[in-house]
Ligand binder design. Structure first.
Ligand code: COA
Ligand code: AMP
Length: 636
């Protein structure tokens, strides 16, 4: 029997051979001459001289192999009451026609297309139609507001934007089209045209001459064939939060992306052609790109597009109903979703209502998986619950339990072991590897494997500065943690100002920029405080301008609204408090980490560099007014 150690060691012994073998799982117009292209080190590329098409591999090749009648996409939308199944043949036809219509309007290889859509199959079809033409898609999550969309439009400079008229959140309609119009008023760049997918729940107004209807613009067009692209041709750009308000445009090259994802489907997720695979995330996140759209389709699985929530649509049994109805074999969600279900149904009464014998394993990612949640899910479902660790930047798991190779013993609290391609090391501040069990910055020895980011869109210097310069020869993950004696990884915290709210990655720096724009705010800080449901919640501290007589409650309400309007509801920014001063070092750096410890009730040492320790008491008092515990300093 092949073991994890055999596979990992075979990669380490000969990475070139390992990835050329993995590339056999993909259909090429022209096979690459080699796997790694390291001429531009420390920037690396994979399979650059191969010719390939991602849509062909995800769709057409299954039809050509006689699997056309198999279901490719299942749309289950408890918020609209709609369910729909699309076979691989139907998907091929729909995508070819959409691509034909885009081509007829001038979209071709290398053009950028922004997609702003909720969880409908048309979102995947739009992504695949771009891939078919070699156009570069950039999907923007629907929970972002007009300003965030505008920032992405100005950075990606799309020739076309494809949007839905609306999305449905429990209790409210999300007006995508007015948000798009608002974004286009703010952005400098303007696309040549927009395509609007009108939904029954809200028909949007069309701007004559700029906007086309999804159906009408496809009428009578010639379907498009797949366009072969070079292995290093960008498949997509996905923006993610960094430390500032300017998001980072993570680039994904085509060949590495599909080779790696295809490899993971069997080796990590243990699914084969014809199996049902479900990632309950959103196409706007990396999980949605890799494991709602491309991964399961590359592997010839049926993928589920779920438009709903773990609870309240209509109840805490929705996950189990879907798993049972569509015979899901591997299920992927975020720990926060299980915490929500557990809170509503701690004894698993809903679980008992469904036949879940199809389910073989569950995967969690996006945030730290707390042991209570893992153990609860394991108890309820009776299958392994696998924590795995990855990032938008990597596109697939850095560390996981490779269920399709060899199920390793689960250590609750650890996302298990590095996957082939990743030489993960824990480093001290000077960049030296630390001993097992010691905490440090988690870094990955270069080169990163296929499928990971080669650079940032239009921002190579920022790519180098953000990821490569701190520890030369390594990729800096931004996570801190340790590796134990058995080689299991533990991810403990971020080393930067990124926080994780309900599995969503958010920048406190971006929120601070919005708070600072309020006319009464002189200075501010945003931190992430522990939250039993969402993992973390953002909390703002505001110092007001001298002479501001407005009641503090009013300023708080205004800044909460400002963040919702500027960044979007997904920021979940609801807590802020006015203080006189912020704790700082003598050089003026705000002591955010100390404030987090106080809020979370953790022990901490008063930093030696603090300017005025008395401010910490004021912060503690302010936090008490919001109901936070208030940690005490440790005695030296
Ligand atoms: N479009 C528009 N708004 C959206 C949105 C979308 N696609 N997704 C979320 N929002 C809104 C929510 O409606 C909510 O708005 P509100 O302040 O008016 O209530 C806000 O953004 C915050 O969203 P979120 O933090 O996700 O909370 P939630 O109330 O939607 O539900 C739970 C969160 C508790 C159900 C959570 O368990 C969950 O499932 N989160 C999503 C996890 C996930 O898929 N992560 C992806 C990484 S794998
Ligand atoms: P994103 O780019 O949105 O996928 O967020 C990536 C970040 O989420 C990582 O850098 C981690 O901080 C966190 N994260 C993702 N998965 C895990 C996990 N399994 N355990 C702990 N943290 C995780």
């Amino acid at each position: 029997m092949t073991t994890y150690a055999d596979v990992y060691d075979s990669w380490k012994a000969d990475p070139e051979k390992f990835w050329m073998e993995a590339a056999e799982g993909i259909s090429w117009y022209q096979k690459p001459s080699k796997a790694l292209f390291d001429e531009g080190a420390p920037l690396y590329e994979w399979f650059s001289d191969g010719m390939v098409n991602a849509c062909y591999n995800a769709v057409d090749r299954h039809v050509e192999a006689g699997r056309g009648p198999q279901v490719a996409i299942i749309h289950d939308s408890p918020v609209t009451g709609v369910t729909q199944k699309i076979t691989y043949s139907a998907l091929r036809n729909r995508v070819a026609t959409l691509a034909g219509a885009l081509r007829a309007k001038g979209i071709g290889k290398g053009d950028r297309v922004i997609i702003y859509m909720p969880m409908v199959p048309e979102a995947l079809e739009a992504m695949l139609a771009c891939a078919r033409l070699g156009a570069v898609h950039s999907v923007v999550f629907g929970g972002f507001a007009a300003h965030e969309l505008a920032v992405r439009i100005d950075d990606a400079k799309p020739k076309c934007i494809i949007a839905a008229s609306c999305g449905i959140e429990p209790g409210r309609v999300v007006h995508y089209k007015p948000l798009l119009d608002g974004a286009l008023e703010q952005s400098t760049h303007q696309p040549d045209f927009c395509v609007i997918f009108q939904r029954e729940q809200e028909v949007a107004e069309i701007v004559e001459g700029r906007d086309y209807g999804w159906h009408s613009f496809q009428y009578g067009v010639e379907p498009a064939e797949c366009v072969p692209v070079e292995g290093n041709h960008p498949a997509y750009i996905l923006y993610t939060s960094g430390t500032t308000g300017q998001p980072k445009g993570v680039v994904r090259h085509t060949a590495g992306h599909i080779v790696a994802l295809n490899w993971t489907m069997k080796n990590i997720y243990n699914v084969d052609q014809g199996d049902s695979f479900w990632a309950a995330s959103d196409v706007g996140w990396v999980v949605g790109h890799s494991y709602i759209c491309y991964g399961p389709l590359l592997a010839g699985c049926s993928t589920i597009v779920f438009e709903g929530k773990p609870i309240g649509t209509p109840d805490a049994g929705t996950f189990w109903r879907i798993i049972s109805d569509y015979k899901v074999k591997s299920f992927f969600t975020a720990p926060t979703a299980f915490r929500a279900v557990k809170r509503e149904d701690p004894k698993g009464e809903f679980v008992k209502k469904y036949d879940l014998s199809c389910l073989k394993q569950v995967y969690l990612a996006g945030e730290r998986a707390d042991p209570d949640t893992i153990l609860w899910a394991q108890d309820q479902l009776g299958v392994p619950v696998i924590d795995h660790w990855w990032q938008t930047e990597t596109g697939w798991a850095i560390a996981a339990n490779p269920m399709g190779i060899e199920p390793l013993p689960v250590k609750v609290g650890s996302p298990s072991v590095p996957m082939p391609g990743y030489d993960v090391q824990v480093l001290d501040e000077a960049g030296h590897p630390v001993a097992p069990g010691q905490l440090g910055a988690i870094a990955i020895k270069l080169p990163l494997p296929p499928g990971t980011l080669p650079t940032l869109w239009n921002a190579e210097a920022r790519f180098k500065k953000s990821y490569l310069e701190h520890f030369p020869g390594y990729y800096e993950t931004g996570d801190a943690g340790m590796i134990d004696e058995d080689g299991y990884l533990y991810i403990m915290a971020r080393t930067d100002d990124v926080i994780n709210v309900a599995g969503h990655r958010l920048s406190t720096g971006a929120m601070e920029e919005v708070l600072a724009s309020h006319p009464d705010v002189a200075e501010c800080a945003v931190i992430g405080v522990a939250d039993t449901l969402k993992g973390q919640m953002p909390l703002g501290f505001l110092c007001l301008n001298a002479g501001c007589n407005k009641p503090h409650g009013d300023v708080v309400k205004e800044v909460v609204k400002l963040v919702r309007d500027q960044i979007g509801p997904v920021a979940a920014f609801k807590l802020a408090v006015v203080v006189d001063r912020l704790p700082k070092t003598r050089s003026g750096k705000i002591l955010r980490a100390t404030m987090v410890k106080i809020a979370d009730g953790a022990e901490f040492k008063i930093p030696a560099t603090i300017d005025d320790p008395a401010i910490l008491d004021e912060i503690r008092e302010a936090l008490r007014t919001l109901g936070y515990a208030g940690g005490e300093p440790a005695h030296a």
